[in-house]
Design a protein around this ligand. Structure first.
Ligand code: ASP
Ligand code: MG
Length: 418
């Protein structure tokens, strides 16, 4: 069995869905599980709906936009006459209306978010299932909320691996023969079968969950890029494609902020030795990148850029030095606030961290430590990490930048700049 994952960009309109179906057709001979995200930018559109609700504004035209987006794709795929699809889609929109009107001050926002935003994946997979069946690719729609079991941490739900594996195996083993199985990325459900989500861009992780639980032979993520490049082509002109990457390298790249794959995807696959292929849906025959247990000599430096960074320095003012007590104190609050540190540095009298901009948490951190330290901060900065750096790459990237922090270890170079 193989697992394929198609993200929003690969199903953004009828032509993309047709292209996806031709990729599936070419691989239909073997058992296939296909994981799909919401279409195009629909997750953002659902998030926008929630912003309107929170601002107590009218949502009618925003809902209409979501409806017409999907209806256009249904029409362009020639599915308008498919009365059972049309009925199912109507039901999802009724469900949406009910969910939106049920929101009240006693409901947790994150719970509400999951009940609403998860419908993007439901719409997308219902339409695609109907289309695949219409072009003679027998497809079974599987509701991820019935198989991917999670805790209650809405918007960041943690997977219950044991329960998920048992449910997935029984569903897949009982599926009719010669059918591909199509399910949703990003979503699952808690013990009460309320929808949960795994975090934005979580569909890659969903593909890894399905593959791990089903002992798949590989996962392929179909993307709008040729594979894993050594830098984001939207930000850097010269990029190189990695044909092969060790799991460890790929996982570390995601840790430093490379957005090509969701950070949680690699670990479960690496633990089971399931290779992950990243390929272009525009050029499905091209090789792309294989992420697997391997040793690859002379990897090209990977450049990872993150904007929206805050640097905070904690300084001691009384001529004593930074010691374990101070660091302990700072980290106690970092842990309590659930902050992620992207880089840290200390000197005799100060300790500095770099984190994603988050004014509210920054203030909470500052207030908690104001009595102990002089605290300075700087927002809206940029962080570049170069993995497997060489001096030429460093020189090129540092040129003309006002660098605030610079750090290098044997393999990594990092700098924060204005
Ligand atoms: N649709 C979700 C999002 O846009 C999940 C995903 O695409 O991976 O974040
Ligand atoms: Mg997406």
């Amino acid at each position: 069995m193989k697992v394929f994952k198609f993200g929003g960009a690969s199903v953004k309109d009828a032509d993309s869905v047709k292209n996806m179906s031709s990729i599936i057709k070419a691989n239909q001979k073997e058992p296939l599980v296909v994981i799909v995200s919401a279409m195009g930018k629909m997750t953002n559109a659902f998030e926008h709906l929630l912003e309107l609700i929170m601002a107590e504004k009218n949502t009618e035209s925003a809902v209409t936009k979501i409806k017409s987006f999907h209806n256009r794709i249904i029409r362009d795929l020639g599915l308008k006459g498919d009365s059972s699809l049309v009925k199912e889609i109507d039901e999802v929109f009724e469900n949406l209306d009910q969910t939106l009107s049920s929101f009240g001050s006693s409901m947790s926002y994150d719970y509400f978010y999951d009940q609403t935003v998860s419908l993007g994946e439901i719409l997308s997979t219902k339409i695609i299932t109907a289309y695949l069946n219409s072009v003679e690719i027998p497809t079974l729609w599987l509701d991820a909320r019935k198989v991917v079991k999670t805790d209650n941490l809405h918007r960041e739900a943690k997977v219950d691996w044991g329960a998920t594996q048992a449910l997935l195996k029984s569903q897949v083993n009982n599926a009719p023969e010669n059918h591909i199985i199509l399910s949703q990325g990003f979503i699952g459900s808690n013990a009460k079968y309320n929808s949960t989500t795994l975090g934005r861009e979580g569909s890659d992780f969903s593909a890894a969950i399905f593959a791990t639980c089903l002992d798949a032979e590989s996962v392929t993520i179909w993307k709008d890029v040729a594979g894993v490049l050594n830098a984001d082509p939207k930000k850097f002109k010269k990029t190189k494609l990695y044909e092969q990457l060790p799991y460890k390298e790929a996982a570390e790249m995601t840790f430093y902020g490379a957005s090509v794959i969701h950070p949680k995807t690699i670990k479960p696959l690496a633990q089971k030795g399931i290779p992950l292929y990243v390929k272009s849906f525009e050029k499905p025959r091209a090789k792309g990148t294989a992420i697997e247990e391997s040793e690859v000599p002379n990897l090209a430096p990977a450049i990872i850029h993150k904007s929206g960074q805050t640097v905070i320095s904690f300084k001691i003012s009384d001529f004593s030095f930074i010691n374990e007590h101070h660091i302990h104190l700072i980290f106690d609050h970092i842990k309590r606030l659930n902050l992620n540190i992207n880089l840290m540095q200390n000197s005799a009298i100060s300790f500095t961290i770099c984190m994603d901009d988050n004014p509210s948490k920054r203030e909470q951190l500052r207030n908690a430590l104001l009595e102990e330290f002089l605290i300075y901060y700087n927002e809206g900065l940029d962080l570049i990490t170069i993995k497997n750096y060489d001096q030429d790459t460093i020189d090129e990237l540092c040129k003309g930048k006002e660098i605030i922090i610079e750090q290098r270890s044997r393999n990594n170079f990092q700098m924060v700049y204005k």
